[in-house]
Design a protein around this ligand. Structure first.
Ligand SMILES: [Zn+2]
Length: 136
C-alpha cells in the first residue's frame, strides 16, 4: 500500500513550504537577535529587578520596532497553515488561484495580484477610486 500517493496537491507546494519555513526561521532569529541586544543594553543600565513597568515598556518598544517582522511572521505562518489545510495558493478575496509567478515572488501572498492592487489602492484612496470604477 502506497501511503500518501494521493497527496500530490500538498507536494505541489512542498517547495513553498520549505521557503516559508526558512523565512519564518530567519524572521524569528533576527527578532531574537534584536531582543538579545536589548537585554544586553538593559544590563548596562540596571534597574530594580521588581520593576515590571520598566520591563513591559521595553516589551512595548520591542513590539513596536518589530511590528513589520511580526506582521511578516504572521503572514508566513498563515501561509504554512494554508498549505496544511489545502487552501494555499487560492486568493482570499476572489477565490481564484494565485499565479505561480506571484507565489514565487511572495510565497506568503494571501491575495491575487488584482485583489492585492485593489486593496492597496482602496487603503490609499479611501476606496473612492474603486467605487468610481464600479459605477462606470
Ligand atoms: Zn483575488
Amino acid at each position: 500500500m502506497a501511503v500518501g500517493m494521493r497527496s500530490s496537491v500538498k507536494s505541489k507546494y512542498e517547495t513553498y513550504r520549505k521557503i516559508l519555513e526558512k523565512k519564518a526561521e530567519e524572521v524569528q532569529s533576527s527578532m531574537s537577535a534584536q531582543k538579545a541586544a536589548q537585554v544586553l543594553a538593559r544590563e548596562e543600565h540596571p534597574h530594580d529587578e521588581g520593576d515590571l513597568s520598566q520591563q513591559s515598556h521595553e516589551e512595548w518598544i520591542f513590539l513596536n520596532r518589530n511590528t513589520l517582522d511580526i506582521k511578516l511572521l504572521r503572514e508566513v505562518q498563515g501561509a504554512l497553515r494554508r498549505i496544511e489545510e489545502g487552501t494555499y495558493g487560492v486568493c482570499y478575496e476572489c477565490e481564484e488561484p494565485i499565479s505561480v509567478k506571484r507565489l514565487d515572488a511572495v510565497p506568503w501572498a494571501k491575495f491575487c495580484v488584482s485583489c492585492q492592487e485593489r486593496i492597496a489602492a482602496g487603503a490609499e484612496m479611501g476606496n473612492e477610486e474603486a467605487l468610481q470604477e464600479a459605477g462606470r
